[in-house]
Write a protein that binds this ligand. Structure first.
Ligand SMILES: Cc1cc2nc3c(=O)[nH]c(=O)nc-3n(C[C@H](O)[C@H](O)[C@H](O)COP(=O)(O)O)c2cc1C
Length: 191
């Protein structure tokens, strides 16, 4: 399979799709297809555990890019362009709580923590069972993330259908990217 690195397709905004280790991740291909139909170029960043939850080869074939899960080595080029928007789906209890607490011990979490500072729109579809969602730490995490401007789709709990397109509805429409002035390494995101 041929995979791209670095440069986005000309004129297409770049969407990071962050995938966590929830059962719903098996169908994340639906989100990739829907995003592409709406004009996004997509790159997938999965938590290390999430790599066991979906067909990574099929998703790489669909995006045309390797899935990122581990940090790059110092000195390596950034494999993805900077994001124009971020969709987190499915989002786990674990990752949401750690993100809200500012923990960045996976590439996915580091990317999410940094996305706030970059000021790009972020939309989330939680996939958290009711029994976990009742935990007070989770409620506090949602409050903090909403205060940061993160947009949430309807909480997904036991028995509901996972509405992949809802996370795209929460983002601005994909608008063709304008040419950006060249910026130096110090202003580039580290991930
Ligand atoms: C089969 C299976 C399904 C799971 N589904 C969910 C889920 O829907 N939501 C959730 O928050 N955790 C779920 N978990 C637990 C997470 O995988 C676990 O908390 C993990 O630490 C999350 O890691 P991550 O947030 O880095 O992806 C599931 C675990 C297994 C084994």
């Amino acid at each position: 399979m041929t995979v791209q690195t670095e440069q986005p397709q000309p004129g297409k905004p770049f969407l990071y799709v962050v995938v966590c280790a929830a059962g719903a991740a098996a169908d994340v291909g639906e989100l990739i297809t829907a995003a592409q139909e709406r004009g996004w170029e997509t790159g997938v960043i999965a938590t290390p555990l999430a790599m066991e939850f979906f067909d990574t080869a099929a998703v790489e074939a669909r995006t045309g890019r390797p899935i990122r899960s581990a940090w790059r080595r110092p000195g390596d080029p950034r494999p993805f362009p900077a994001p124009d928007a971020v969709a987190v789906a499915p989002a786990t209890f674990n990752t949401l709580n750690k993100w809200a607490a500012g923990i960045a011990d996976t590439l996915a979490l580091g990317t999410l923590c940094e996305a706030y500072g970059l000021g790009v729109p972020i939309a989330v579809l939680p996939c958290v069972a009711d029994a976990l969602a009742a935990h007070p730490a989770y409620r506090a995490s949602l409050v903090r993330l909403r205060e940061m401007g993160v947009r949430f789709g309807d909480p997904y709990g036991d028995g509901a259908e996972f509405a992949w397109e809802r996370v795209l509805d929460l983002l601005p429409p994909a608008v063709a990217a304008q040419p950006q002035p060249t910026v130096g390494p110090a202003s580039m995101p580290p991930v």
